[in-house]
Design a protein around this ligand. Structure first.
Ligand code: NAD
Length: 279
């Protein structure tokens, strides 16, 4: 552990993403995972040995979270959990002066408001996708929307069979981006006689196997088709983006930060300084 190590807690540590964040963090010297939070009964209260074997991580349930954040001097909580616990987590972070990175999707308006409220006291980032490729896709989409007005647009997303919410948070972000450029109605799948109207965007969802996450935006018109596709090949891409963001967020003033602004501000890549972005 170095003096500049960022002390992390992982909320949802026993889940698919929680485990991926831990696996990424263990390989880095600029972060240490000192606390895991999970409602899974068998994990509560015991000490778990890091994959590296050299450090331990305390594990607590959500009801013991607030005390633990203080006791373990957590700098940033990285959250990949379930929507119903996120508002409480945000409130605890605000009380204990701990920065919050949340990647949990499917949040309702009340929970989003709770995150915003916490950002008045501590720095907060909520992002539906922590991969750099998706931000490049959204940038490319914005350029395409300007150049191809009136082209038909369809969005397709595919995720593993265990994903709870649909469409994915990333697909919703893509729809919001389209909404900044034109008015449309989202049509979720089609069945029977349902001809396409000019002002609709088709939103198609697939759930199968272990697919990490695929998003495709198709723009068609004028005898041509443009397809923007992103495929996450491993959960590590989201995990390392979230850990990068946590390192970037630690010690900042209370505010609502976007991942986009973090990427543009010299956010580190896999623990290495991205010199070009820092100039
Ligand atoms: P998962 O079901 O494998 O894991 C979720 C974990 O959260 C479980 O272990 C569960 O016990 C735990 N949990 C539930 N309620 C909790 C609470 N109140 N406090 C603490 N832990 C709690 O799901 P996953 O695949 O790891 O995904 C988790 C979330 O992250 C989902 O919302 C998913 O859509 C989202 N996600 C976001 C990104 C991104 O880049 N933003 C990427 C992948 C997944």
């Amino acid at each position: 552990m170095t003096a500049s190590t960022t002390r992390l807690a992982i909320n949802g540590v026993a889940g698919r993403m929680g485990r991926a964040v831990r696996a990424v963090a263990v390989e880095r010297e600029d972060v240490t995972v000192v606390l895991g939070i999970t409602p899974t009964r068998e994990d509560n209260g015991r000490q778990a040995t890091d994959a590296a074997g050299s450090e331990t991580m305390a594990v607590v349930s959500p009801s013991n979270r607030r005390d633990a954040l203080q006791r373990h001097e957590i700098d940033v909580v990285v959250d990949f959990s379930a929507p119903d616990g996120v508002a409480g987590l945000a409130a605890d972070c605000a009380v204990e002066d701990v920065a919050l990175i949340s990647g949990t999707t499917g949040l309702d308006g009340e929970t989003k408001a709770a995150l915003r409220e916490a950002s008045e006291t501590v720095p907060v980032i909520h992002a539906t996708n922590f991969s750099r490729g998706i931000y490049a896709l959204v940038d490319a989409l914005e350029a395409a929307l300007g150049t191809l007005p009136g082209y038909d647009i369809e969005v397709l997303e595919t995720h593993h069979r265990g994903k709870q919410d649909a469409p994915s948070g990333t697909a919703k972000t893509i729809l919001e981006t389209i909404g900044e450029h034109r008015d449309f109605e989202t049509v979720h799948g089609r069945e029977g006689i349902q001809p396409r109207t000019e002002d609709e965007v088709g939103m198609l969802v697939r759930r199968a196997g272990g697919v990490r996450g695929e998003h495709e935006v198709l723009l068609a018109g004028n005898d041509e088709v443009l397809m923007l596709t992103h495929r996450a090949e491993d959960r590590g891409v989201f995990a390392s983006g979230a850990v990068d963001a946590a390192v970037w967020l630690a010690g900042r003033d209370a505010d609502w930060y976007t991942l986009d602004s973090a990427f543009q501000s010299g956010l580190r890549v896999d623990g290495k300084t991205d010199g070009q972005r820092e100039t």
